[in-house]
Design a protein around this ligand. Sequence first.
Ligand code: NAD
Length: 169
Amino acid sequence: MKLEAGMAAVVTGGASGLGKASAAAFAAAGLKVAIFDINDEAGEAHAKAIGGTFHHVDIMDEASVEAGFAAARAAHGQERVTLHCAMASRRGKTLGWDKESGQYKRLSTEDYAFGAEGILVASYRVASISALGMANADPVNADGERGCIILTASVAAQDGQIGQVRRAI
Ligand SMILES: NC(=O)c1ccc[n+]([C@@H]2O[C@H](COP(=O)([O-])OP(=O)(O)OC[C@H]3O[C@@H](n4cnc5c(N)ncnc54)[C@H](O)[C@@H]3O)[C@@H](O)[C@H]2O)c1
């Protein structure tokens, strides 16, 4: 789908890294950008710098994400592109060497599950809430396109890394 100036965009994780750079690129292309992040200071500053809006959104929290999309749509209209860069995880190897004890220790099941929630489930949450808004909106062109959702991931999902369980996401 071709992005046009004036369209609304949502960028999760837009306070840093890939999301920050993408939010700036969208704004430079004339899109109205809403940044979702839990880093209020950096998010506010970047939104101000690119002429967008900042919304404190925790992707782990359903109500927070719902409220973020509602606020972004109230400010800019229905988003036509959602770029999901935020992720939450407690990184670690399945078995990692613990210098203190001089033994291997394992990543706890709880920490693994946190990552599954913060990457897999949160991606579904953001994408499905955005898709619902797009699907109920009018098409933006004669091809019937209504929007575009982009989920970022790591190559670690494809290629196993030493000491880590592959997380296919
Ligand atoms: N940087 C890389 O080299 C690289 C490589 C491969 C894949 N990726 C993927 O791209 C995505 C972005 O990576 P990055 O390097 O730009 O990350 P980053 O750490 O620079 O930015 C992530 C942003 O997400 C925000 N965030 C964290 N938890 C959040 C939460 N619960 N709710 C809302 N926001 C939250 C952080 O505050 C931060 O601003 C990640 O999914 C990462 O796995 C990055």
